[in-house]
Write a protein that binds this ligand. Structure first.
Ligand SMILES: [Zn+2]
Length: 706
């Protein structure tokens, strides 16, 4: 049969699967879909159709064979049969003793005997407790529900009352049995525990990040949470996620079955049925608890997973029940958390890595040192102010800390060990990726170049949006789709100017999945029109730091085109209404940077008109504020305006000293009404409030410009 499948069908199926897998990968790594839902659905639909036509092509790992074909925003939300609370933390011996004392008092009270002779009291006067302890794992808490021995649900903690059912991912975890290994399964058994990523797997992942010069993942816990968000269980399997039990939810016995009456008993029971449980240590005094905590600290890094403490619980279930819970956490349980571990080593160099949003973050390279179970060769320095405050220098011996298995950080230098050749750490004077100008804003340093590869995707989406280039048919989804093209069919979209060059790629755009001839042509018309929006809209579209729509408007009123703007000094820009030193300097730096000049040149070459439509000869900004006819007025906007979107107009009016509110009342001074104004318009008529139409508004705004 297989021979009858045409080659182009086979190729298409392979291509579809690849594209879907790629979208999935991005989804779980960034927890955001780059391929928009609509296009994703189209791909899956096409694949389903082909597989239906040629059933021989169906493979078990095809994306169509998943329970749900696509990564979705939310999994099914399920209510916990018994709330899933988090446990409270203690950080020292004293707190542990205090907790033990409270437990003893509460149990004595519950017993009704006050510790005296029993007889008919809850525990018969015997309120001696046993403590059951196991390592505290830093992972994602999940509740597994078995009905008659079969796994039917795996729900995240969520808000404690309800969580997401992530059963398909949990099924891919090797330490979670799909069916309990027993002849007589309980009617209901909820096993609660932690899903986590083993440290070895996490380190491998981060080594790869470091190799590629990318910031490392913060900790295995976040990575676990991110992986579990994917609807494709293969990532759970690939990443080698594990599950270890640490408690129970609802339990219902099978007919004639006796259920465990303590945690230690439960642990043995479920372990026999194939569920992984950590070693449980049971002791009968608080001194023994403290001794165990101390003992475990020395060996905890031999564990394959990140542990940051010990969970101490009252073993006996009837005692647990008597103790109950506060609104936040059960009274019968607490976690002792170890302080962060430190070591000293030598700081050899500092690199500035560019993250999303253009922030440059300092990362130290260290003489490798063994901390908390792993060899550490990189650590974060947070930001330039932290570096200066702590006076950390290159070649210093530094304390490095690993708190809660989070990526290590440089804590402080060892002052007495400072060598003569210690070098101060300077902030970068240009972006380490694109070499564009940088700006320091508070403790953070940003790359100012909007076309920096680290930020361009987000910036392009803003650029084409309403109020900026306003290009119909070129939205976020299409941008992602175009940027996902590769190889000989790649359609370049790396610069703002590339938007306007899309007209050269009509044929290839039409071939893109989800786009058709009609929508591509409509988009290209929109692109062509956008070339004429003028300097103000281009400036606000570029997303230069601090230059939003109102600053762009001010600039467009003062400079008749980009060339005029390029000749302005920092002082001239700073003198403009609402411009400060930082804003003026940042803009000036960008305008005169290689990257800025190139961006503007490319736009001009692509046919974008960079003259101002808003230029007012001899504009005097000192007059813009208080002397405006809108100053001090309470204004309501209604209907559709041709020249402004609402947010934009609101901003302008506020700049003129007006207050813009949402509903018409006696306090309203003025209603600005566009097309199709409705009830607000009627109310304004009723209350005899001044109403202004758009042509008048334009005139007034112009007039107030002097
Ligand atoms: Zn950059």
């Amino acid at each position: 049969m297989a021979t009858r499948i045409p080659k182009d069908v086979k190729d298409r199926v392979a291509a579809l699967r690849k594209q879907i897998a790629e979208a999935d990968r991005e989804y779980y790594e960034d927890a955001s879909t780059s391929l928009a839902d609509y296009f994703y659905d189209q791909l899956v639909k096409e694949l389903e159709d082909l597989e239906q036509q040629y059933p021989d092509l169906v493979t078990p790992d095809s994306p169509t064979q998943r329970v749900s074909g696509k990564p979705v925003e939310g999994f099914e939300t399920v209510r916990h049969a018994i709330p899933m609370m988090s446990i409270s933390n203690s950080y020292n011996e004293e707190a542990v003793r205090k907790w033990a004392k409270q437990v003893a008092d509460l149990l004595a009270k519950a017993d009704g005997s006050g510790g005296g002779s029993g007889g008919g009291s809850l525990f018969g006067g015997d309120v001696a407790v046993r403590y059951a302890m196991d390592p505290k794992i830093d992972g994602v808490a999940v509740s597994l529900r078995y009905e008659n021995g079969r796994l039917v649900q795996a729900v995240t903690r969520g808000d404690g009352v309800q969580g997401d059912d992530i059963i398909n991912n949990v099924r891919a975890i090797s330490t979670v049995p799909d069916e309990l290994k027993t002849q007589t399964p309980p009617a209901v058994l909820e096993v609660r525990g932690e899903v986590y990523m083993p440290l070895v797997a996490f380190e491998k992942l981060n080594a790869r990040q470091a190799e590629q010069g990318k910031p490392e993942f913060a900790n295995p816990r976040n990575m676990t949470a991110g992986t579990l968000k994917s609807l494709d269980p293969k990532y759970t399997r690939e990443r080698g996620l594990c599950f270890t039990a640490h408690g129970k939810g609802e339990m219902k016995a099978a007919a004639g079955q006796a259920l465990p009456t303590s945690y230690s008993e439960l642990a043995r029971w479920i372990q026999k049925m194939g569920v992984l449980v950590n070693t449980v240590t049971v002791v009968d005094s608080i001194e023994a608890v403290l001794a165990h905590i101390k003992e475990f600290e020395a060996s905890r890094h031999d564990q394959t997973m990140g542990t940051d403490g010990v969970v101490v619980r009252i073993d006996d279930f009837s005692q647990q029940e008597a103790l109950g819970a506060t609104s936040k956490s059960p009274r019968w349980c607490m976690a002792y958390k170890y302080p962060a571990e430190q070591a000293t080593t030598i700081l050899k160099k500092v690199d500035w890595l560019v993250g999303k949003g253009g922030t440059l973050t300092p990362r130290a390279t260290l003489e490798p040192v063994f901390i908390a179970g792993t060899t550490v060769s990189h650590a974060t320095l947070h930001n330039i102010e932290e570096i200066r405050r702590k006076d950390i220098r290159i070649n210093d011996t530094v304390f490095v800390e690993k708190a809660g298995e989070i990526i290590p950080q440089v804590v402080k230098p060892v002052a007495s060990k400072r060598p003569k050749d210690a070098l101060p750490i300077d902030p970068p004077d240009k972006c380490t990726v694109c070499e564009g100008p940088v700006e320091q804003d508070g403790p953070k340093i940003y790359c100012v170049n909007p076309e920096c590869p680290g930020q361009i995707a987000e910036k392009l989406k803003w650029f084409v949006g309403r109020g900026q280039m306003d290009i119909d048919g070129l939205g976020e989804k299409t941008i992602d789709l175009i940027r996902a093209t590769s190889g000989p069919d790649r359609i370049p979209l790396e610069h703002f100017a590339d938007v306007f060059l899309l007209t050269d790629h009509r044929e290839r755009l039409i071939e893109l999945d989800g786009l058709g001839e009609k929508s591509v042509d409509a988009m290209l018309v929109g692109i062509d029109q956008a070339k004429q929006r003028g300097m103000r809209r281009v400036l606000s579209g570029l997303g230069i730091r601090h230059i939003g729509s109102s600053a762009s408007r001010t600039l467009a009123r003062h400079f008749k085109d980009v060339n005029a703007l390029l000749t302005a000094t920092v002082e001239e820009i700073e003198a403009l209404y609402d411009f400060g030193t930082v804003t003026a300097q940042t803009l000036h730096d960008w305008l005169h940077s290689e990257q800025g000049k190139e961006t503007l040149q490319r736009l001009q070459d692509a046919g974008v008109d960079l003259t101002s439509r808003d230029y007012v000869e001899a504009a005097d900004d000192a007059l813009t504020g208080p002397s405006s006819p809108f100053a001090g007025k309470t204004i309501v906007l209604t209907g559709t305006l041709e020249n402004y979107d609402r947010t934009e107009l609101k901003e302008i009016l506020e700049q003129h000293g007006a207050k813009v509110t949402g509903s018409v009342s006696k306090k309203t001074d003025l209603v600005i009404a566009g097309e199709n104004a409705g009830s607000k318009y009627e109310k304004a008529v009723q209350l005899e409030i001044e109403i202004m139409d758009e042509p008048t508004l334009l005139k007034q705004l112009g007039a107030s410009n002097g």
